[in-house]
Design a protein around this ligand. Structure first.
Ligand code: FAD
Length: 492
């Protein structure tokens, strides 16, 4: 395939200048250069709090925010092993979405009424986050351009038809706009993009700016944050919970919230590792090219994703770059998060390859940064929230966003805040993902080996589809094995 040779050549050139994991990703560097923030050193002595939150990503930060919204007098402490936003929250694509593109999964898992209720609970969330930022003087480059879900090869054409049919059935068709190929071209004129649909209520952000902005606002509200503080255990007893740390002092609290994303898979108790596959996703970033974006007509701020299973997601930045991600991350063994989460040149190459395929008119544009981060894949691709067994409701958890948590973590934080306050009648505490345990994955080593084989098969099949190549029937069969086994994973 001539196209394949061209892509190989370009990606080799790109990789020569990229070193993923050598430093923090561009989003976080940009946000820290803008405002490094007040230092939040580790604790020097034992402390107490009403609620202790483990993890300073969006889930933990929004939990703290909602706790104080509901009860301003609460004493809240966040313990973060790295810095706030150092996990996935400061490294993602910045697609700030509701759950409209997840409508079929919500309905399949929880039924039409509860599924629709969940989608409605996030309806308008992107705009509310934008308003929150404006109200608090946070500038996360909020851009209400919507999400454009498009086909980037004939194999993906009409992949959104099922979503639109279901939306009509449920009376929410107005949340979507179906687009012809020429509509799509008018928004981003690259010939690789075909028809699609727009979810106009979605937005995009510079995610690290949002995370660091949340950090500042929470500090101003009196939340205690300790960075560089890894939690080694959460021990519940009749009176509360004790969070022990790797820096010595411990924090005693009435309740604890475990908001550690894919790191939960390695948590000693809770059995999260059985219900989650640790995965990675990688992004690449161009040099600033505002004139070239204008030439493509891509000036409306649309965040674009194609309909591969190993989807490509791409958006513009406030300074006129393209941030482009996806194409195939990697699974970890036994819930571990290793070197492969940040230093994987193979996954970086897949993101670069996607960029080079979709934007052939930008061959001369340099990729100047690349980074990767962890993803918490659950078997139904939806998050779950609840209390850890054996803790008498004192240790709560929320994870499993499966790579789409930027908007949903705002709701996740609200759910966890309600649970931590014991407010089980709050509407958010009654959503169907509360107390729902997604199906277990097979045990190791089958989980890792299965994920590895299927991942390679999906990447190979989708690359062939991209270039109009032949996909042998055994390969087509292999990529459908997870769905045949009842997991909401892999191509439909
Ligand atoms: C490359 C990439 C692109 C993505 N793109 C998008 C996107 O465009 N849109 C979208 O919606 N989602 C996207 N996601 C997913 C999204 O980033 C996550 O779903 C979301 O950030 C989850 O937030 P969180 O707070 O649960 O996790 P995190 O932000 O990962 O926060 C968890 C925190 O816990 C800390 N921690 C872990 N263990 C401990 C411990 N023992 N003690 C103390 N602290 C601990 C970690 O250091 C981390 O900071 C992407 C993810 C990646 C990696």
């Amino acid at each position: 395939m001539a196209g394949a040779a061209r892509l190989r050549r370009l990606v080799e050139r790109d990789l020569a200048g990229l070193d993923p994991g050598a430093r923090r990703g561009w989003w976080l560097r940009e946000a820290l250069a803008d405002d490094p923030g007040t230092p939040c050193p580790p604790p020097v002595r034992d402390g107490t709090a009403d609620v202790v939150i483990v993890g300073g990503g969006f889930t933990g930060l929004w939990t703290a925010w909602w706790l104080l919204e509901r009860d301003p007098g609460l004493r809240v402490t966040i313990l973060e092993r790295d810095i706030v936003g150092g996990g996935a929250s400061g490294r993602n694509g910045g697609f700030l979405t509701g759950w409209w593109d997840y409508l079929p999964a919500l309905v399949a898992n929880y039924g039409p009424d509860a599924g629709l209720a969940a989608a409605m609970a996030l309806d308008g969330a992107p705009a509310r986050i934008g308003e929150w930022a404006a109200r608090h003087g946070v500038d996360p480059w909020f851009t209400p351009g919507g999400t454009l879900v498009v086909s980037s090869s004939p194999a993906q054409d009409d992949a959104w038809a099922g979503i639109l049919a279901l939306a009509r059935e449920l009376g929410v068709a107005d949340r979507y706009v179906e687009l012809t190929r020429s509509d799509v071209q008018a928004r981003c004129a690259t010939p690789q993009l075909r028809g699609g649909m727009l979810v106009p209520s979605d937005a995009s952000v510079q995610p690290a700016r949002l995370a660091r902005g949340l950090r500042r606002v929470l500090l101003e509200r009196g939340v205690t944050i300790h960075e560089g503080t890894g939690v080694t255990g959460l021990r519940a007893d009749g009176a509360g919970v004790r969070a022990t740390t790797d820096v010595g002092p411990s924090i005693r609290a009435g309740r604890a919230v475990l908001a550690v994303n894919a790191w939960a898979a390695g948590w000693k108790r809770g059995g999260f590792g059985h219900r989650m596959i640790t995965w990675s996703s990688y992004m690449v970033l161009t040099e600033p090219i505002p004139d070239r974006l204008a030439g493509l007509g891509w000036t409306g701020g649309e965040a674009i994703t194609d309909c591969r299973f190993t989807n490509h997601y791409f958006r513009t930045t406030a300074d006129g770059r393209i941030a482009f991600g996806g194409g195939g991350g990697r699974a970890g063994y036994g819930g571990r998060l290793g070197h492969w989460v940040e230093h994987d040149r193979g996954s970086t190459a897949l993101a670069a390859r996607g960029f080079r395929r979709i934007f052939p008119m930008l061959d001369d544009v340099a990729l100047v940064d690349a980074w990767g981060g962890p993803i918490d894949i659950s078997s139904n691709h939806l998050p779950s929230f609840g209390a850890m067994d054996g803790t008498d409701g004192r240790v709560l958890f929320g994870h499993g966003y499966s790579g789409t948590g930027v908007g949903p973590s705002w709701l996740g934080g609200r759910i966890l805040a309600a649970l931590a306050r014991g407010d089980h009648d709050a509407p958010e505490a009654r959503l169907p993902m509360v107390g729902h345990r997604p199906r277990r994955f097979p045990p190791e080593p089958f989980r890792f080996l299965g994920a590895r084989v299927i991942r390679e098969a999906i990447v190979a099949a989708e690359q062939r589809d991209d270039l109009g190549g032949y996909v042998p029937p055994p390969l087509r069969w292999l990529v459908r094995v997870p769905r045949a086994m009842g997991y909401d994973l892999g191509p439909e």
